[in-house]
Write a protein that binds this ligand. Structure first.
Ligand code: MN
Length: 717
């Protein structure tokens, strides 16, 4: 176990101004508080917080973080209280310890809903101060290093949680060394056979090829020197878990997996990275598709580097990661590197400075962004999906026309992009231009795409977008916007219905009357009441009766059958969109120019029928469900469905003639089914898309004249 003075020396080595008294106090307090407690290994419990603190000194973290590491388990596991910590160590350390205590009680490998709720709490706790997450990651790392002493069932559970949550979080925070070690230990615990297989195979390869790593290092160094470049080169094998996941992802066997050697080339200046790349590609053939420039396009966790794979000496595939000292520091330490990073810029001294993680880092911004989603996610399950997606997806980088970089998960489309730019841009998006060409909004984006979003103030996002997007931000915003849009639609419809009925009863009402009525009905507010009326959850009779307006049954019908379709009394509709509460009856279709009515259908909205539809007879005795509608639009470019039946002789080319005639008349076929009626005849059930009744009539007349057609009619439903 590390001694007290050793810990202090480690901290003062990178922070000469460190408050030694505070560290001593935390050390002694935690040691006494844990007293004779022991770990599963039999070691004194205090060895654990001490090791956690030690891990964090390698990241050169500030005194408050180191003290919080020493104290991180005392409130949870000893008699010490949060209040004691606050009084003895002040609010900053107390709040770090509090965050850690809260996380300690979370179990992230439970049922999905519970897991989501716990992950939500975890992210909330760490998002207040990212140092909480760093202590937690160091805590988990030490627990994993000692997991061998834990019983198998618990070992697997903790390992799964590590692989699912903590390793990706470490990666997202840019702390690669912690991520890799967590992954390898968890992998070994969960799948010992696979782990042993990979490790022994790596040994075999090493003995086959000799000391190839050193050999490649020497050759590479020599070539770079010839080009006048100063570089440090580190060769290493890939980690077992990274090999395993590559085998799984690409369905490869270990023998097919050839690029297990990776080299890091550290140069002085960013420009040198590109020179070194040139040297490598000039001497060895590069493998297409493996070159990635994360220097000009950093990853979301601030990672910068050039990646390439070449066929190196002995025809072995060799992966090269080329970067500067500063970039290497960020790659290893992530969020924790910002202290160094600043100082390197200021003093050109790579090893000076205490790290206080920067709130402005991309990695930290990502964490805040996740918290935004948490606050707007409707249920834990959704939240979990979003979070998991965001944790595990690879990324795509796209640009705004101004050259701003937008990093998105792989599979994202222009809608995700629009929402990433701004919620208003997403809500108003009607089209996009990708690399100078008009593209559908749903088209998947690729690395380097330049995306311009075309917006319109009149637009509300259709609900179907939710299923086409991959980012949590887009999904949450679409759900909010469509919910509101649909509610407004229903409320508008409710208002029309109410006005209509009141007018028929020869009465009047004021806004005040309505507010009183709404209160008496126990509804939330006027908009809520009107939306309920629009959805058909309450009827106009309900509202009118509490407003003391006398009505007979006939007057309460928003629809009077004898006057159907007359524009004076009807509520006008302008087209039917997916985001309106209106839906055209699938049994018949309905087209502009013909007389229509609406039927309230709870859960579906208002179904629009042509007045002749036989289905309407089912609703004869439910007058409250009828709504008088009229088309507010004449024939336009937009098409509407109309279902027709065509009976044809069974002869060669008959079907072709029917579809040809439909096409010649400018109509589309949305659906076509063929049913054999008799030996010589077919019934065709066709859903046409036409602009209105005149268009439909023209198609029907033309079809009637086609020779193999014996009969044609509109389906009555
Ligand atoms: Mn602990």
């Amino acid at each position: 176990m590390m001694r007290q003075y050793e810990l202090i020396e480690r901290v003062t080595a990178y922070d000469p101004d460190a408050d030694e008294a505070l560290l001593n106090k935390a050390y002694v307090y935690a040691m006494k508080a844990h007293g004779h407690q022991t770990r599963a290994s039999g070691a004194p419990y205090f060895s654990h917080p001490l090791e956690v603190a030690e891990i964090l000194t390698t990241f050169k973290l500030d005194v408050a973080t180191i003290a919080a590491a020493l104290l991180h388990d005392v409130v949870e596991d000893t008699d010490a209280t949060q209040k004691d910590i606050e009084e003895l160590f002040g609010p900053e350390i107390a709040s770090l310890v509090d965050g850690l205590t809260k996380i300690n009680q979370l179990d992230l490998v439970t049922k999905e809903a519970k897991q989501a709720e716990n992950l939500r709490k975890l992210l909330l706790a760490v998002s207040k101060d990212v140092r909480v997450l760093m202590v937690k990651l160091a805590d988990r790392l030490h627990n994993m290093r000692t997991i061998g002493h834990v019983k198998e069932e618990k070992r697997k559970r903790i390992s799964q949680e590590t692989l699912d949550i903590y390793a990706p979080l470490a990666g997202r925070m840019g702390m690669q060394t912690i991520r890799e070690e967590l992954e390898d230990i968890a992998f070994r615990a969960l799948n010992p056979e696979a782990y042993e297989m990979i490790v022994s195979r790596l040994e075999d390869i090493k003995s086959e090829v000799g000391d190839i790593i050193v050999e490649i290092e020497v050759v590479l160094q020599q070539k770079l020197e010839e080009a006048g470049l100063k570089a440090r080169i580190f060769g290493r094998e890939k980690r077992p878990f990274s090999i395993w996941s590559k085998m799984e992802r690409k369905q490869l066997s270990l023998s097919q997996l050839s690029d297990i050697f990776g080299f890091r080339v550290i140069v002085e200046k960013p420009l040198d990275c590109y020179l070194a790349l040139g040297v490598a590609h000039q001497n060895w053939r590069s493998i297409p598709g493996r070159f990635k420039d994360y220097i000009s396009n950093p990853k979301q966790n601030d990672y910068q580097s050039i990646h390439t794979t070449v066929i190196g000496p002995h025809r072995k595939r060799v992966e090269l990661q080329i970067r500067t000292d500063v970039m290497d520091c960020v790659a290893e330490r992530g969020v924790a590197a910002h202290g160094f990073y600043k100082d390197i810029k200021d003093k050109k001294d790579a090893e000076a400075g205490v790290a206080v993680p920067a709130a402005t880092s991309n990695a930290y911004r990502w964490l805040r962004h996740l918290v935004d989603i948490i606050s707007s996610a409707d249920n834990p399950r959704e939240f979990m999906e979003h979070t998991k997606l965001e944790l595990f997806h690879d990324q795509v980088f796209a640009f705004t026309p101004n050259g701003d970089l937008i990093a998105l998960p792989k599979g994202a489309n222009a809608i995700d992009f629009a929402y990433a730019v701004h919620t208003d841009v997403g809500n108003g998006a009607v089209g996009c231009i990708v690399n100078g060409k008009h593209e559908p909004l749903m088209a998947e984006l690729h690395n380097g795409d330049e995306v311009e979003i075309i917006t319109s103030k009149a637009q509300t996002p259709p609900p179907s977008w939710e299923g086409s997007t991959v980012t949590g931000k887009a999904k949450a915003a679409i759900r909010r916007a469509t919910k509101q849009a649909i509610r407004t639609q229903y409320a508008g419809l409710g208002r029309e219905i109410l006005d209509h009925c009141v007018e028929k009863a020869g009465a009047r009402y004021t806004q005040e009357d309505l507010e009183t009525a709404v209160r008496r009905l126990g509804l939330k507010d006027v908009e809520d009441a009107l939306a309920s009326l629009g959805r058909g959850e309450i009827t106009s009779v309900n509202i009118l009766s509490v407003m003391d307006i006398e009505v007979d049954d006939k007057q309460t019908r928003p629809f009077a059958k004898e006057k159907a379709g007359s524009k004076n009394n009807a509520i006008e509709i302008r087209g039917v969109d997916k985001n309106l509460p209106l839906k055209i009856a699938p049994e018949t279709g309905a087209v502009p120019g013909e007389r229509i009515v609406g039927i309230f259908t709870p859960g579906e909205g208002i179904i629009v029928y042509p007045i002749f539809a036989t289905k309407l007879m089912e609703f004869e005795d439910q007058p409250e469900r009828w709504l008088d509608l009229a088309w507010g639009t004449d024939e336009s470019d937009k098409t509407y469905p109309a279902r027709i039946k065509v009976v044809i002789h069974n002869e060669v080319g008959a079907l072709a003639k029917v579809t040809q005639t439909i096409g010649e008349n400018g109509a589309n076929i949305e659906n076509l089914q063929m049913v054999t009626r008799e030996r010589d005849f077919y019934d065709l059930d066709i859903v046409l898309e036409v602009v209105g009744i005149k268009h439909l009539t023209r198609v029907l007349t033309s079809l009637g004249k086609v020779k193999p057609v014996s009969h044609v009619e509109r389906v009555q439903g």
